[in-house]
Design a protein around this ligand. Sequence first.
Ligand code: DON
Length: 581
Amino acid sequence: MNRISIWTASKIFFCIFISLTTSLFSVAQQQQPGFNPYQYEIKKQAEGSKGAVVTAHPLASEVGIRILKSGGNAVDAAIAVQLALAVVYPGAGNIGGGGFMVGYLQDGKKIAVDYRESAPAAAHRDMYIDKDGNALTEKSQNGHLASGIPGTVAGLFFSHRYAKLPFRDLIAPAILLAEKGFVITKSEASSLNRHRDAFIRYNTVVPVFVKETSWKEGDTLIQKDLANTLKRIRDKGAAGFYEGETANLIVAEMKRGNGIITNADLKNYKVRERIPVEFTYNGYTILSMPLPSSGGIILQQTLTMISGKNIAEKGFLSADAVQLVTETERRAYADRAEYLGDIDKVKVPVKQLVSKSYLEKRMADYQPDKAGNSSEIKAGIPTPESEETTHLSVVDQWGNAISVTTTLNGGYGSGTVVSGAGFLMNNEMDDFSIKPGVPNMYGALGNENNAIAAGKRMLSSMTPTIVLKNNQPYLVVGTPGGTTIPTSVLQTIMNVIDFNLSVSDAVNKPKFHHQWMPDEIFVEADFPDDTVSQLKKMGYKISKRGYIGRTEVIKITKSVSNKLLLEAVGDKRGDDDARAY
Ligand code: DON
């Protein structure tokens, strides 16, 4: 061999060596999520200047922050986090449910992606009413008949148009977490134990969530069937869920348990891109989710009714402030029950409901110091124009802000796991008004506009929200909590904007809730007694209840050196976790 050919041969050898080691390295990387799913900590607060992620689970937050660090944007991280949550937080994270994404993108584009479940073609108005006219809430809330057509996977692929990285990179961590397992937290262990009977009752094949002995903190949860489903989604795209083997497994599961979702239902599922609700409050611009969520409209109605009434001067959690907020909520939730529903299927007088003049009239009979009465305050337009969910907030270095709330509805949804596919189905059909006057599992009443119809989306309360200051993202906020969602988001926004609370206090201080019916104010256990007794004197019925929401917030400001300052806070009320860098 002459010198040239020795040089060429060594170059070739070097290239082969490099490419072999690189591919071996990336295979090795693909086999490990890059962090330890068998040992991790929950972080409640984080600060950074480049990116921040807050989710309901530390492993999901870690997945999100790693995606951001590897060059992904906020949408990439939001997709990867949702997939990771479907594995590590099975009570609410999902591929068998639906959700909403609200985003403010770096180029100023405002997005609202609706991947809410819809009613199967065979669904009909009276499907949960027996021959004697009784409402069958057991069927709308549990088991096979409770599920709407899942929207999450379609939503992830739809939102991927705003992402940067290949989808396979975003789903890889979820696949590994499902395949190799992760250790569960104390609260996950007790939650799985609490649901043991339901998992047995609502499944035809005993799912992986049922163990002979009780679950305990530190046990490893491995989900092989789910890993295989995620691989089909990785390899075939949305068709890996809505068609072929996964779809067949869903339909077979439905048939075994008298459910009604068919292959055609799955194949026909469509994401809707919508225009976010947008309005101003005290100089800030609020972007939130429009119908089929009631969240954005309730937020706009309540904040508009509150504005101009000096809430800040009344004082944080003062009886006067709580009373004002309660009275606006009474009116907004009365309207919700009467008018709101799937805007693609029914007429909703949205413009009128959020107009300033209408809302001023609505508050005309508001009396400070005196409790209103829900049986007197009905929906406001005289002649109409004819606990499990999860939130995640993400901000990246380019100024994209993403707010996502996604749900199975109740904890672990319908309780039914698609056998062979390893994921839980939602019980979202209960968010319809199954019979006029019969409250859903969150006590929400509904009417004709939210009655069941084939292909219709059930009304939601999910309120993924972004607050802009000077046209730049300032707060990314949202929470689970059924009908308490809009009122928790409302309080969190006011806590920062009006009461000047730190992000941590805005999230963690006691919350309260009113929703027209039942006519009472619900407060958390640590709500100030003094305020409770003053409100009682005004004529309010007050009930203590468990935690309200699990709010995830990122606040975006600039530091003195004009660098981005991201403050991320995960709610104290759960395993919620904040990361930033
Ligand atoms: O869409 C809705 O409004 C409900 N399905 C949300 C359920 C929920 O937030 C449960 N979380 N605790």
